[in-house]
Design a protein around this ligand. Sequence first.
Ligand SMILES: NC(=O)c1ccc[n+]([C@@H]2O[C@H](COP(=O)([O-])OP(=O)(O)OC[C@H]3O[C@@H](n4cnc5c(N)ncnc54)[C@H](OP(=O)(O)O)[C@@H]3O)[C@@H](O)[C@H]2O)c1
Length: 283
Amino acid sequence: MLSHEGKKAVITGGTGTIGLAMAELLLARGADVILTGRDEGRMRDARTRLGSPAAHVVRFDATSMDDIDTLGALVQRVFGQLDAVFVNHGVFEPEQLLERVTEASYDRHFAINTKGAYFTVRRLAPLVRDGGAIILMTAAHDLGYPGTSVYSGSKEALRGFAKVFAAEFLPRRIRVNCVAPGYVESTTANPDLPEEYRAEFERRGAETTPLGRAGTAEEVAAAALFLAFDATFTTGAELLVDGGISRCALDAPTPRSGPKGEGRAECPPGREPFSRDGPARRT
Ligand SMILES: NC(=O)c1ccc[n+]([C@@H]2O[C@H](COP(=O)([O-])OP(=O)(O)OC[C@H]3O[C@@H](n4cnc5c(N)ncnc54)[C@H](OP(=O)(O)O)[C@@H]3O)[C@@H](O)[C@H]2O)c1
């Protein structure tokens, strides 16, 4: 028997890169999944790629309270009860230095990432079985990255929601946790972002991530499933999936370092040092 046989899950933003990786992993482990998208082309691609009767791809816009309610009704009709909800949908618009942020962009981020997540949880939580799980997709933003104030704020709110939801759902033993990705390869494949931005994102991801590379959507998916199904003593927490960027200093001298950096901690096998040409920059 597969490890998640008979489990039922919803993934919002399931047609995106990370959402699709979560859907593939859930299906491979025997679960049934309802995943949502907005763009018809991406929804079609997801259906083709997943190619499974256990995957239901449905249209859903998190800014619409009607869509949220319709999703709830559909989940109730198709699944009845849920084991896990992954509130994963989100948008990120780059180049948002404070003086350039428009009201429209601010409203979009908060309508989709924050309000949309909040009311999705409110609609779907009653369908989660006692002892089930809710996962919110945040972002590894312990450090302040210039140009991301609106996105960062819209995701920070989810951490606050998760803590309070976790406390409120204690009587039903529903665990609520967050997954916080750092640089993930998927962004470099997002055609909505300017090519120049994607190249810079890729370069910075490799240069500034202590583990020396951007993460993959599959690594984020594995962490999300871990929280949903295996982390049975964890609630109200945020799991960083960020290659160490929030916790590990890159250039601090280590006790083994000599004055010119000789003896610096070695890279893991198979990885090249990534700051040979000078100190790695943090954004
Ligand atoms: N990639 C990273 O480096 C990274 C880092 C930290 C956090 N994250 C977070 O991880 C999550 C997934 O990111 P990703 O990289 O997989 O992004 P992605 O490929 O752009 O996927 C985003 C998903 O959200 C959906 N979506 C967008 N606007 C929506 C709306 N108004 N209502 C409902 N769904 C909507 C998209 O659907 P359509 O395409 O059909 O609009 C898509 O399915 C996001 O919350 C993101 O903020 C990503």
